[in-house]
Design a protein around this ligand. Structure first.
Ligand SMILES: *Cc1c(COP(=O)(O)O)cnc(C)c1O
Length: 384
């Protein structure tokens, strides 16, 4: 391997997940496949063509740079939506190319209008409304002005959607807040249609909302984490299996992350391993050094917590995770050798390391660990 590790993308697992989601949500709900953060670390260039082959015809990204990457490889008829940041240049490009985007500020609406006039086209916009998350989205007062501008320039806008985002649908603690958001969204939808604006798609749900609150599905859902084979939180999974006869996992993990043993060493009882005093050997230990650290996306919070697979054994990560290396306790692994495969995420000889096995101490770690997998780790598509 050229780099210190590689990522494998399991094509059939991905197609399985997308097919499951399409069947589960039904034909009336369009899926926008969320591929921000380099397709949650899976690789936009690897992910998008496979998703299209499974019937996905709409993608969502956060920013202009991600949009350019999807645009370069997607089929011409596939929809593309930018949910967050674009500079003026990106916005001009989006208007010109018919790329869809969230509008949540007057400045952006006005800029979109001027580009639409410049190219004598329609800006394809999704109006994002504030319902209680207090992040982005038009407030009800500002919407009055928005409606006026759109009504006065109807040949320059296509109002593709009316959208909002929930403030934590993956946790029951936010139940009341989410319910309020749903109500508020529905009120705004009615209000805006009464004023002559008819958004083509109502969309509010991320993965957690789509599972836990079916009425948030509306016309389209923006599904990220589920496609990759992860649940937004244990609660979401529990909610999902609660009403099913079949209690087992329905999703398959798509990504594996592999490295190899770089060096092996013996440690005597009483010795500390890695920086500081976080780990002391209680007995004779054999340790394996793996050339993956937090600069490669292996979170420092997995110090003394993570597990990796070596020669079919699940072994603990001991001591502090370094910038470029981690250390595994391989005392129980017979005949471990330099160059042996190390699985950081994925399967080896029937044993599995899932990101979710860390989720017990941090729900958000799945998202964070995936999203932080560096762009320069090579991605390879496999079929299993
Ligand atoms: C990231 C994101 C999603 C997808 O979230 P998941 O929990 O991964 O399904 C949906 N909508 C918006 C606005 C997002 O930023």
């Amino acid at each position: 391997m050229a780099g210190t590790s590689r990522i494998e993308i399991n094509q059939s697992a991905l197609i399985h997940n997308l097919t499951f989601l399409q069947n589960y949500l039904g034909q009336d709900v369009k899926i926008s496949s969320v591929v921000k953060a380099n397709a949650y670390g899976h690789g936009i260039e690897q992910f998008v063509p496979i998703a299209e082959s499974a019937g996905i015809d709409h993608f969502s990204v956060f920013s202009g740079d991600e949009a350019h990457r999807v645009f370069a490889i997607k089929k011409p008829q596939t929809g593309l939506m930018v949910m967050g940041w674009m500079n003026d240049e990106d916005l001009e490009w989006a208007v010109q190319e018919g790329v869809e985007f969230f509008v949540f500020e007057m400045e952006k609406l006005e800029a979109a209008l001027s580009y639409a006039k410049k190219y004598d086209t329609r800006a394809v916009i999704h109006l994002e409304v504030e319902t209680g998350m207090n992040r982005t989205g038009f407030s009800q007062q500002t919407l009055h002005k928005v409606v006026k501008i759109i009504r006065a320039n109807e040949s320059y806008f296509r109002v593709r959607g009316l959208c909002t985002h929930y403030a934590g649908a993956e946790s029951i603690a936010n139940h009341v807040r989410v319910q309020k958001q749903i109500k508020k969204y529905n009120r705004i939808y009615k209000w805006i249609t009464n004023r002559g604006i008819h958004p083509e798609l109502r969309h509010t749900a991320c993965s957690a909302a789509a599972i836990t609150y079916p009425r948030t599905r509306m016309d389209m859902v923006r599904i990220g984490i589920l496609q990759y084979g992860f649940w937004p939180s244990p609660e979401t999974f529990i909610h999902f299996v609660h009403k099913r006869m079949e209690k087992s996992e329905v999703l398959k993990r798509v990504l594996s992350w592999k490295s190899q043993v770089m060096s092996i060493k013996k440690v005597k009882p009483g010795e500390f391993v890695s920086y500081g005093t976080y780990y002391m050997a209680q007995e004779d230990k054999t340790i394996a050094i793996v050339p993956v650290g937090y600069s490669h996306g292996y979170s420092r919070s997995l110090s003394n917590q993570g597990r990796v697979l070596i020669d079919g054994h699940r072994v603990p990560v001991i001591g502090i995770v370094n910038m470029n290396m981690l250390i595994a306790d391989v005392t129980q692994v017979p005949d471990v050798k330099k160059g042996d495969e190390v699985v950081l995420i994925g399967d080896q000889d029937g044993v599995t390391i899932t990101l979710a096995s860390f989720a017990d101490f941090n729900n958000q770690l799945n998202y964070e660990l995936l999203a932080r997998l560096p762009l320069d780790i090579p991605r390879q598509i496999i079929n299993q």
